[in-house]
Design a protein around this ligand. Structure first.
Ligand SMILES: [Fe+2]
Ligand SMILES: [Fe+2]
Length: 273
């Protein structure tokens, strides 16, 4: 089912001196969020229980996400033998549970749920593209490259469903756009930050703002204009807005400038020079 396996990764080409320890923290955080996707697969099955085919696709999708977690876990354990995945992951899940028994989408509609899934895949495809382009260590670069390709395919899968359910439910562009924006603010909110906190082995009590600043202050500066332009374009498409239109281009430029300002602000706040 997957397009690659852990056996395709050239683990013996690992060059530890080329690995930035700060990037390894991002890898550990991503590893836990990916593992957690199996719970999202169950959630999607429950929400789309009356829609033929969606559950099968959601389970196949979550299997690929878990494989992302497995590859990143193996890498993190190779790079840092003191990394205890099981302890770290159970700490993460305890602090960030997912309601797998939900019967209705928390986005209010089936189309809204799929638009929200598109936003997540835009986020992950951009994240791994940015990591892939910034990493010197060859094994990690290969892993991120494989994962990024999967995330683009996941976006296409959910985009297809978003279009299908939009035709049935008639959700307006504005409603879809609001879901997108809301989902992006959530992304900056907690799950990744909490995973970053757990993965970094911080023993102080969790401080959301501190973890978010440290995590995003290291992530956002890696995003190039091309990555942001493509990510915003994919997001707008899922809301029914043409990326090449005047509105789409304006949103792209505003988004890019806002991201650069915010990234710089976070870097300063986190003490990153
Ligand atoms: Fe993933
Ligand atoms: Fe994905």
């Amino acid at each position: 089912m997957g397009h690659w396996t852990l056996d395709d990764i050239p683990w013996d080409k690992f060059e530890p001196h080329k690995l930035d320890p700060e990037l390894l923290k991002l890898v550990k955080a991503a590893c836990m969020v990916e593992y957690h996707s199996s719970a999202y697969g169950q959630y999607l099955c429950a929400v789309f229980s009356e829609e033929p085919g969606v559950c099968e696709d959601a389970l196949a999708w979550s299997e690929e996400e878990v494989q992302h977690g497995q590859a990143l876990r193996r890498y993190a354990e190779m790079a840092d033998p003191n990394f205890n995945f099981d302890n770290t992951f159970s700490r993460f899940v305890e602090g960030h549970p997912i309601d797998t028994n939900a019967q209705q989408s928390i986005r209010g509609s089936l189309c809204g749920e799929m638009v929200s899934r598109c936003a997540v895949e835009v986020g992950t495809s951009s994240y791994y593209s940015a990591l892939r382009d910034s990493i010197e260590e060859p094994v990690l670069r290969e892993i991120c490259s494989n994962i990024a390709a999967d995330e683009f395919r996941h976006y296409k899968l959910f985009y297809g469903y978003a279009k299908k359910f939009q035709k049935i439910e008639g959700l307006s562009r504005w409603a879809r756009f609001k879901i997108l924006i809301g989902r992006f603010f959530e992304t900056g909110d907690d799950e990744l930050s909490y995973a970053y906190y757990c993965g970094s082995g911080d023993t102080e009590p969790y401080a959301r703002k501190k973890a978010n600043t440290a995590c995003m202050g290291r992530t956002l500066p890696l995003y190039t204009f091309e990555i942001v332009r493509r990510g915003i374009g994919m997001s707008l498409k899922s809301a029914g807005i043409k990326p090449q239109g005047l509105l789409g281009k304006s949103i792209t430029w505003v988004g890019w400038i806002a991201l650069r300002i915010y990234a710089r602000h976070l870097q300063r706040a986190a003490g990153i020079t």
